[in-house]
Write a new protein. Structure first.
Length: 397
């Protein structure tokens, strides 16, 4: 079987990450400009994610039936329009509406790129999800780093969000005419046997792992740069911590992409969840800003393989032709963490301060380590794909 091209898949992941890095850093400029409280910031972020879950409710079935390309084009174009609108907001209500529009669009991008990456894994016969997610981290690091420099020289959220909107719209055009991996055709059930179900124990376990990782990640992306600014650190360091976080995540995904063929998924999840939890706690008690930067870089490195492993486990566990629904389920349930984490952390911050709120991320990362013990050691059952290729629904081939 000819190995499919992954260039366009990598570009999609990079742009998805770039928007995350830009938004996370520029929130530290938008929040004081609009006079938002931590609770209002958390509410707006959660509203955007809730809108995204509405998109994802039937998104997996749509992506499997209508194709990956239309979903990605619509998602990138819609996200571009949402950031253009966000560049002009002047009130909390307008910011809330822009977040809802962004959530409706970017969620289908998230689902689409992970489903396409799962298609690539099936076609290539190798574990490649972590490598694709490294492009997300590289894009996020580039977005956060460039915004940190931009804020230092006086480029605020308005021109930055407008430029980002144009970049996302341009990505939609590239996807419309680019080459994507071919999706596997659904394999019919043998006579007398029921139709294969996409939702099984491994998909549920992967969902829980992604949920807790997203919960901690949502707290850091929403509140960390604002916390560092309030704590007295300069704008370069506040943005630099997030840039270091995503740069370390990129490096981690490169490393883990090379080692996952030799190290059990269970072992990786237990170790990285434990390290991420400890490093988050250490970063909040670091005596100096640059020490905090180092700690959160460790967090980024440790978290790097968790979500791609969860998506990979779910995509490989689903029967051929049903990966979109499996990945969609994991993504939609995982997205609920981005609703709960800003609301929960925002409420805690309003009462006990941002330091206590961000500490909650350390707890959820520890939960990932505990769930890692549930991943079985050996290879799972194998299923035959169209064309005679045999795919393992457990460890990467």
């Amino acid at each position: 079987m000819t190995r499919p091209s992954g260039a366009l898949v990598a570009l999609c992941f990079a742009m998805l990450g770039f928007h995350v890095g830009v938004r996370a850093v520029q929130l530290s400029d938008l929040v004081p400009a609009l006079g938002l409280t931590p609770g209002e910031l958390g509410l707006a972020s959660s509203a955007g994610v809730l809108a995204g879950i509405a998109t994802l409710a039937g998104g997996g079935l749509v992506v499997d039936r209508l194709g990956r390309r239309p979903a990605l084009v619509a998602g990138f174009a819609g996200a571009g329009a949402a950031f253009a609108a966000m560049s002009a907001v002047d009130s909390f209500v307008q910011f809330l509406a822009a977040n809802v529009a962004l959530g409706l669009s970017i969620s289908i991008v998230d689902l689409g790129v992970n489903t396409v990456a799962s298609d690539y894994e099936r076609a290539a016969g190798a574990h490649t999800m972590t490598g694709f997610h490294s492009w997300f981290s590289l894009g996020a690091a580039a977005g956060a780093g460039s915004c940190a420099v931009g804020l230092a020289v006086g480029i605020g959220f308005r021109p930055t969000f407008l430029a980002l909107g144009l970049m996302l719209a341009a990505t939609a055009l590239v996807v419309a005419f680019g080459r994507l991996p071919q999706a596997a055709r659904p394999s019919p059930a043998p006579a007398g046997e029921p139709r294969a179900r996409f939702l099984g124990p491994l998909v549920l376990l992967a969902t829980a792992i992604v949920f807790f990782c997203f919960f901690g990640d949502g707290i850091l992306e929403t509140f960390l740069s604002t916390y560092l600014r309030i704590d007295g650190h300069d704008v370069v360091l506040a943005g630099g911590v997030l840039a270091a976080f995503h740069a370390a995540s990129w490096g981690g995904r490169i490393v883990f992409q090379r080692t996952l063929s030799r190290v059990k998924e269970r072992t990786v999840l237990v170790i990285v969840g434990t390290v991420a939890s400890a490093a988050t706690a250490a970063g909040l008690y670091a005596p100096a800003g640059w020490a905090a930067l180092g700690c959160f870089a460790v967090v980024g490195f440790a978290l790097s393989p968790i979500v791609p492993l969860g998506m990979s486990i779910a995509g490989r566990a689903a029967p051929a032709g049903h990966s979109g629904r499996a990945v969609g389920f994991v993504t939609s349930v995982g997205y609920t963490a981005f609703i709960l984490s800003p609301l929960t952390a925002g409420a805690i911050a309003d009462r006990w301060g941002l330091h206590t709120a961000i500490s909650l991320a350390a707890v959820t990362m520890g939960a990932v380590a505990a769930l890692g013990f549930g991943v079985r050691r050996g290879r799972r059952s194998r299923e035959r794909e169209p064309g005679g290729a045999v795919a393992s629904s457990g460890e990467p081939r």
